[in-house]
Design a protein around this ligand. Structure first.
Ligand SMILES: Cc1cc2nc3c(=O)[nH]c(=O)nc-3n(C[C@H](O)[C@H](O)[C@H](O)COP(=O)(O)O)c2cc1C
Length: 215
């Protein structure tokens, strides 16, 4: 598979089939992930790969925490957002709502589904050494981007799950991760359920001239 094909065909998958992902495939993906560039080659990341029953057990803990704390998916902006971002968020909702209705999913699906990793059989949790400022999460962004493309090459679907950062303490406790590390992002991995309407979701992108400037 060409890199460009992986980039164009990848989309976030929110319903997975039961088929597990083999350890061998996960190792190949992690081997490519760790090759990502990082500032001063610091490689400030650590990845915890969670598989099968452990994913389900972690999902149960997170779902309980969601019930208690109620933190949900949101942009986490620190200042009022320019209108364009509200419009993009609304467009996503407009496109997703009919698919959610068709699939019989309730309005809270993105929150409950995210914390259940959408039923994926494998999850990679990316953490940043707590000694670094939040900017170094950028390095993890590269590596996890590599991971999404490496997964696509293996015929796997994926979904980045940012919501778990609000429940980082639960994740660290369950996975025995150094309390000083910051949970940056998880990625759900597995084989897409082709029959679930939610997997027909394709998020649009702003036009080139909206996001690219030339001088
Ligand atoms: C940093 C980050 C965090 C995300 N967190 C979530 C999440 O918690 N739950 C979810 O369902 N999707 C999450 N997503 C997926 C985005 O909604 C998705 O990437 C976006 O709508 C574009 O769609 P696409 O990935 O299908 O191209 C996240 C994506 C990124 C990059």
């Amino acid at each position: 598979m060409q890199v460009s094909e992986a980039i164009v065909t990848r989309s976030s998958c929110r319903a997975y089939g039961d088929k597990p992902v083999s350890r061998e495939i996960l190792e190949q993906i992690m081997d490519l992930t760790r090759r990502a560039p990082s500032a001063i080659n610091l490689q400030p990341w650590q990845f915890t790969v969670v598989m099968n029953d452990e994913v389900r057990r972690l999902g149960k803990k997170l779902s309980r925490a969601l019930g208690e704390r109620g933190f949900s998916c949101k942009p986490d902006n620190t200042e009022p957002l320019p209108e364009v971002y509200g419009e993009r968020q609304a467009e996503l909702g407009r496109l997703m709502s009919p698919l959610m209705r068709e699939a019989g999913l309730d309005r809270d699906f993105i929150n409950t589904g995210s914390l259940n990793f959408y039923g994926a059989p494998a999850v990679v949790v990316g953490t940043l050494d707590g000694a670094f400022p939040p900017e170094r999460a950028l390095d993890l962004g590269f590596a996890l981007g590599w991971l999404l493309l490496a997964a696509a090459e293996q015929g796997l679907s994926s979904c980045p799950i940012g919501l778990i950062t609000s429940y980082g303490d639960v994740i660290k406790d369950f996975l025995n991760i150094d309390p000083k590390r910051k949970v940056v992002l998880a990625v759900a991995l597995g084989y897409a359920d082709p029959d679930n309407p939610i997997n027909r979701m394709r998020s649009p992108r702003a036009e080139m001239d909206e996001v690219v400037r030339w001088y």
